[in-house]
Design a protein around this ligand. Structure first.
Ligand code: T4K
Length: 419
């Protein structure tokens, strides 16, 4: 249950009691059947086989391949290492075109390997990299494109594939958000040279930490398998450079258990999405980004776009007010990777050629969702947002007059308490 606000002084930012007693998080993990997980953990302990291509890992990889309809799945310890292995295996060098509107892992994986990420603007309707803008950035130094299926909504895969083929570029999809989603009826995972999923705790399907590299290319898959395990091709034979990208048996156990609840997780996210859509439809200036429901979606992000000219309140003020009410919204992917280090120093004016990215980074707000959230939580959050927008003018006036209660973790650090 949430506390109803009758007057703006009831808002926690002005000293009222927070709407929610316990924090509502974006990225609260979905947990499958704990008994099934514990059984698998007990069995793996009994087997004394904890990592290095164990039976649970093999089963997990087969399940993913079958589900996605892709030939090869190499599970990894996280998607960032997955990206790095893909970058090495494909021999990316020089410049690679990436969106700036993504999690910092995407450009960092390139830069970590001495490759320069060239930031590209997005399509404001889809939030994904715009193939027309990609085309303008291709130079003789370009070796590839890493596109991101932001929020699990597919990129313009065919246009990017045409571009990559015409210019002889490698094409990688950062599919961290897009497990169990489809593009034109085909599951994401089989496009480009390679795609990478994330199974981090905050993703709708998790392995605690983890990810997977998927491809239909036999030769590339062989290379990636070796690279994931230090380049070992036998007990004491190393045939290539490699790293430790292995997923543990405990993570695979979590993955298998999570997969058994996959449909339940998607259904919870779908319900939440529809409820948010319905409840927020009456709030002027706030729109919930839409999923294309003729495709398979995982609905794992609830993404608001806030039009301050209509709401009368900025995204950042709304975010700050909601935090003190215990609604821990997230400004993904503010301020845009091009405004973060080391990229900001390299190209301080990058924002000038990324107008859509800049606007979106200022207007997007992600709301809590997932199986841990009840429908009363959602109606409570929506009523709160409606109240704030309805009283935007008075709230802004009051905010300009008085010192306010700020969330203790806001401003100093972006980390929340472990609750
Ligand atoms: N590419 C893209 C496009 C990505 O979005 C990501 C990751 C990657 C690549 C790299 O994937 P991995 O290498 O991580 O597999 C979170 C996640 O840590 C990150 O995986 C994710 N994207 C990103 C979008 O979100 P933060 O910095 O926001 O995490 P944090 O710790 O602030 O947690 C987010 C929320 O989840 C908080 O409200 C707390 C809650 N939470 C978190 C954890 C870990 C829980 O309730 N329980 C938990 O166990 O990055």
């Amino acid at each position: 249950m949430s506390r109803t606000k009758l007057h703006i002084l009831d808002l926690a930012i002005f000293g009222g009691k927070p709407a929610f007693d316990a924090a509502l998080h974006v990225g609260r993990p979905n947990i499958g059947d704990p008994q099934a997980l514990l059984k698998r953990i007990k069995e793996l302990l009994d087997r004394r086989w904890l990592t290095n291509d164990g039976p649970l890992l093999q089963e997990f990889e087969q399940r993913i391949s079958g589900l996605i309809g892709v030939k090869h799945c190499m599970a990894v310890c996280n998607a960032t290492i997955g990206l790095e292995i893909a970058i090495k295996a494909l021999g990316l060098s020089g410049e690679v075109i990436v969106p700036s509107f993504t999690f910092i892992a995407t450009p960092h994986a390139l830069r970590w390997h001495g490759v320069t990420p060239v930031f590209c603007d997005l399509d404001p309707d889809t939030h994904n990299i715009d193939p027309l803008r990609v085309a303008e950035l291709i130079t003789r130094r370009t070796s590839g494109i890493i596109a991101v299926h932001v929020w699990g909504r597919p990129c313009d895969v065919h246009a990017l594939a045409d571009l990559a083929q015409y210019h002889n570029l490698k094409l990688v999809f950062d599919a961290a958000h897009a497990f169990a989603c489809s593009y034109k009826g085909r599951m994401i995972g089989g496009f480009g040279n390679v795609e990478i999923f994330s199974f981090h705790a905050t993703k709708f399907l998790n392995t605690f930490e983890g990810g997977a590299i998927v491809t239909n290319n036999d030769e590339l898959a062989g290379k990636i398998r070796l690279m994931r395990n230090f380049g070992f091709a036998g007990l004491d034979t190393v045939t290539s450079l490699g790293t430790n990208g292995k997923m543990s048996e405990a993570s695979a156990a979590m993955g298998l258990t999570s997969l058994e609840s996959l449909e339940r997780f998607i259904e919870a996210n779908r319900r939440n999405y529809h409820l948010y859509q319905r409840e927020l439809a009456r709030v002027p200036g706030i729109s919930v980004s839409r999923y294309h429901e003729d495709e398979k979606c995982n609905y794992q992000y609830i993404v608001l776009e806030i039009d301050e000219a209509v709401t009368g309140i900025s995204r950042d003020t709304l975010d700050e007010i909601l935090w003190v009410e215990n609604v821990l919204t997230r400004r993904y992917f503010y301020p845009g990777c091009h405004r973060m280090e080391p990229y900001r120093t390299v190209e301080p004016e990058a924002g000038l050629r990324l107008p859509h990215t800049e606007r979106l980074a200022e207007t997007v707000l992600c709301l809590p969702t997932g199986s841990a959230l009840s429908s009363t939580n959602i109606t409570g959050v929506c009523a709160l947002i409606e109240f704030i927008v309805r009283h935007a003018k008075a709230i802004k006036e009051r905010l300009s007059m008085k010192p306010v209660f700020r969330h203790p973790w806001k401003g100093t650090s972006n980390r929340e308490p472990h609750i």
